[in-house]
Ligand binder design. Structure first.
Ligand code: AZC
Length: 815
């Protein structure tokens, strides 16, 4: 284990301050102090980082177009176990560690669940001593910063590199790689073989920026390698004689610079939604090609036979965005290694595995043939050949044209990326039991029936080190006081907490800690938004992307209904509630933006109505992201997981919230089903249509929202509020939402589930008043959250997918 004494740390800190900034500590800004601290920590880990990179065992490469890391300082100190000496050392130098923790930028290089999951996976791979590395894109601008102006979402570019640099990264120009776009393919005869010549291509340099990923109390330091796109400068020793010849004019040079740099300029702000833009396809090829070339380059240095690649390397495709790993690996094996198609295909499929993250049709990537053909001519040829061979297989096996059509990789002038992933990998998994079941039974049924052995489930998880130990230290300490600290490395031990479920003093302690966390959050809300919230109220939290299927609308309509009830009956028995929302909407997603405006407008009305604002407060936090989540989650009493059943593949905020003692209010969707199985019916509040009911409705044309609206007084009342001027400062947004519910027949069953939801909310109101019982439910949630650690998820990936059949598999079976 790396260690550093306080004395040594202080010396290193001062020396680094002089060498970096040539100034005394007292003159430094917090950013400068932070950069010095990061450098000192990087010095401490450098030797271990290099050693982890000298690989003896099989390595995992996790390809993902987003990594939503969050701030790193606190979790790095925790994982290295040096927080105390650093805190004390800094104090003696007159510096507060917490000031530096808060000075760090929060790199928002992801949209939501998918990107954050990838970051949790990195943490767990390192903590389980798996040589697992991430490949992604170093976006110049991450997810936009959200501001509310008059209740509307306004997007401001995220300038996360404004401090000049990201202090954790190390750029490695000597490891840069050329990625080739466009041009023509020529097949030249070379002895008795055909050689592939790519001519007139546009070379784009992929510059690697490495971020260390530090394992928990072990010596593993893995790497997240993010690629930045740059122009190809001539002096990197790579043969680019066939590159497109720019005339050398100023305009040409500028156009080329723009072409190259644009690729990693900005993260697409869509969550679970496919946009189909050329630039996105460039991004996808850019990072997959750079990553695959990098893997092969490293492998070649080991001088092992390329045919043994699968014994040393596992490549994981996180959703379809990195699908081009498949034809890119084929390209290298065929064109550079000279293998036959059969050999190359066997290696590729045995090396690559794929995770699906959604069944929503609008998220399924389908790229137009013409686009791929022009941008990636050689890659397209390979995809075409994969498709041709697969069609032969299908024709041989099936007669049903419909079925075959559904399974083809190239179909209706598009390349279906999910189909390519399924055909080109040896494992396909969903991210929660229900989701995997829906993949097998509905969305991917034909593929499942064809090759059932390829399909498996890997229920998502969360990094408990960040989401409990680091963000809720008081709770973490209480747990350790009660059951010892083994749970930190084996979260199933949290179960030992159950023996305290009848212990009043433990339950009271739990309550006190929750109360402290609520006070902290209340202070933050007061300081930031100038709204007073009562820490004795129920903190009811819905934090996730804004999407119709996630049904923030159901939540706000119910609040509006409560408001009416309170106005009609001021003695209405109601425990005070603070409803907290955090959500960004994709900039082009109009309905989602209307819902944001609606929530803000309702908040404005209710928060300023003295008749009710002792009972209800609504807070919509601006710019929700990882850092805000770390503040909100420890303070939550209720986690709202109210998606339309079947639509949320898994969810992960549900797991974070339960692990911090919030009670889940949920539909039986995604991983909520497994949360329910863990905690039992007494410790979760369920409502809403079942998966089967939703599937049946969808099959037979839905229900009639209009009938329900006309027959239910309370539903009619809140729906009418959308358009009758009751909520001030709304423009056409109310009409837009109204239409989605009534004119377009409520695709997401908001009104259909409304009565049931409001009964569930009333139940919570009663339960919360029985404080001891509530605290017991909270304890039972924490105690049964252990299986939702990504340590469990990753050990399953390791033994069932990445190291299946390998000797070192033994190691993971124990986990
Ligand atoms: C999300 C799912 O919507 C969410 O349910 C899941 O928890 C998360 O992935 C992690 O698995 N999906 C996405 O963010 N994006 C896509 C393209 O599915």
């Amino acid at each position: 284990m790396v260690t550093i004494s306080k004395k040594k740390f202080k010396q290193s800190f001062e020396t680094k301050m002089y060498s970096l900034y040539a100034q005394p500590i007292k003159d430094a800004t917090n950013e400068q102090l932070l950069s010095v601290l990061c450098c000192v920590i990087k010095d401490i880990i450098a030797k271990r980082w290099i050693e982890t990179n000298i690989d003896k065992e099989k390595e995992v490469y996790y390809f993902c177009i987003e990594f939503l890391l969050g701030r790193q300082l606190k979790s790095n100190l925790l994982n290295l176990d040096i927080e105390d000496s650093i805190r004390d050392g800094l104090k003696e130098l007159g510096i507060e560690l917490d000031d530096l923790i808060n000075a760090e930028t929060d790199p928002a290089l992801g949209n939501g669940g998918l990107g954050r999951l990838a970051a949790c996976f990195l943490d767990s791979m390192a903590s389980l001593k798996i040589n697992g590395h991430g490949y992604g894109i170093r976006y110049q601008n991450g997810l936009f910063e959200q501001k509310f102006v008059n209740g509307y979402q306004v997007e401001v570019p995220d300038n996360w590199l404004s401090q000049g640099a990201y202090f954790w990264e190390t750029v490695r120009p000597n490891k840069a790689i050329v990625v080739k776009f466009e041009g023509e393919i020529e097949l030249v005869k070379d002895n008795d073989r055909l050689k592939v010549k790519h001519k007139n291509y546009i070379p784009v340099m992929a510059m690697p920026y490495d971020i260390p990923i530090i394992g928990y109390h072990n010596d593993t330091i893995n790497t997240l390698r993010l690629w930045k796109s740059e122009i190809q400068s001539r002096d990197f020793g790579q043969n680019t004689s066939n590159a497109k010849n720019y005339s050398g004019s100023y305009e040409d040079a500028l156009a080329y610079k723009y072409y190259a740099e644009e690729i990693s300029q900005v993260l697409y702000p869509n969550d679970s939604n496919y946009a189909g833009r050329l630039l996105r396809l460039k991004q996808e090829y850019f990072f997959t090609s750079a990553g695959i070339q990098d893997i092969i380059r490293k492998y070649r240095r080991t001088k092992q036979d390329i045919k043994s690649l699968q014994n040393k390397v596992a490549i994981h495709i996180n959703d379809t965005h990195p699908t081009l790993c498949i034809p890119e690996l084929m390209r290298i094996l065929l064109d550079e290694e000279g293998l036959s198609w059969e050999e190359a295909w066997k290696i590729t499929t045995n090396t690559i595995s794929y995770t699906n993250h959604t069944i929503m049709a609008e998220a399924m990537e389908k790229w137009p043939i013409d686009m791929i053909k022009t941008l990636l001519p050689r890659i397209y040829m390979i995809i075409e050949e994969i498709n041709r061979r697969y069609n032969l297989y299908l024709d041989d096996k099936y007669n049903d044209e419909n079925k075959k059509q559904h399974m083809r990789i190239i179909n209706w002038d598009n390349v279906n990326m999910a189909n390519l992933c399924i055909v080109g990998s040896h494992s396909i998994n969903g991210v929660a039991a229900l989701h995997t079941k829906l993949l097998k039974k509905e969305v991917l049924r034909d593929f499942y029936e064809d090759k059932p052995e390829k399909f498996n489930n890997k229920t998502n998880g969360i990094a408990h080190r960040r989401w409990l130990m680091s963000s809720n230290p008081e709770l973490s300490d209480l747990i350790t006081d009660l059951i010892g600290d083994k749970w930190k490395k084996d979260t199933t031990r949290l179960k030992d907490l159950e023996k305290y479920k009848l212990n009043t003093s433990v339950l009271n302690r739990l309550d006190e800690i929750k109360h402290h966390n609520k006070e902290h959050l209340a202070d933050f809300i007061n300081n930031t938004y100038n709204v007073q919230v009562n820490p004795n109220s129920i903190f009811d939290v819905q934090i996730k992307r804004l999407h119709a299927y996630k049904r923030q609308l159901l939540n706000i309509l119910n609040i509006l209904d409560l408001y009416h009830e309170l106005l009609e009956n001021p003695n209405f028995d109601m425990q005070p509630r603070t409803f907290i929302f955090g959500a960004k909407a994709a900039p082009g997603y109009y309905l989602a933006k209307c819902i944001i405006k609606f929530i803000n407008s309702v908040a404005d009305k209710i928060n300023n109505d003295p008749r009710v604002n002792e009972k209800i407060k609504i807070i919509f936090v601006e710019n929700y992201g990882v850092s805000l989540a770390e503040k909100i989650i420890p303070a939550a009493n209720i986690g709202e997981q109210i998606s339309t059943t079947t639509k949320e593949a898994s969810g992960t905020s549900n797991m974070k919230l339960m692990m911090n003692g919030a009670i889940t209010l949920a539909t039986l969707d995604g991983a909520n089903v497994e949360i329910f199985e863990q905690v039992g019916e007494d410790n979760i509040i369920l409502f809403g249509l079942s998966a089967q009911q939703v599937l049946d409705y969808n099959k037979y044309g839905g229900y009639s929202a209009l009938d329900l609206y006309q027959s239910n007084r309370r539903i009619k009342r809140v729906v009418d509020d959308l358009i009758n001027g009751f909520i001030p400062n709304m423009d056409s947004e109310g009409r837009e939402i109204y239409n989605s519910l009534i004119t377009y027949n409520d695709e997401y069953f908001v009104l259909r589930d409304m009565e049931n939801y409001s009964e569930a909310q009333a139940k919570i109101n009663k339960l919360y008043q029985r404080k001891e019982q509530w605290n017991r439910m909270s304890l039972m949630n924490i105690a049964n959250s252990g299986i939702f650690s990504t340590d469990r998820t990753i050990s399953e990936y390791a033994k069932d997918i990445w190291f299946k059949g390998c000797e070192i598999n033994e190691k993971y079976i124990k986990l």
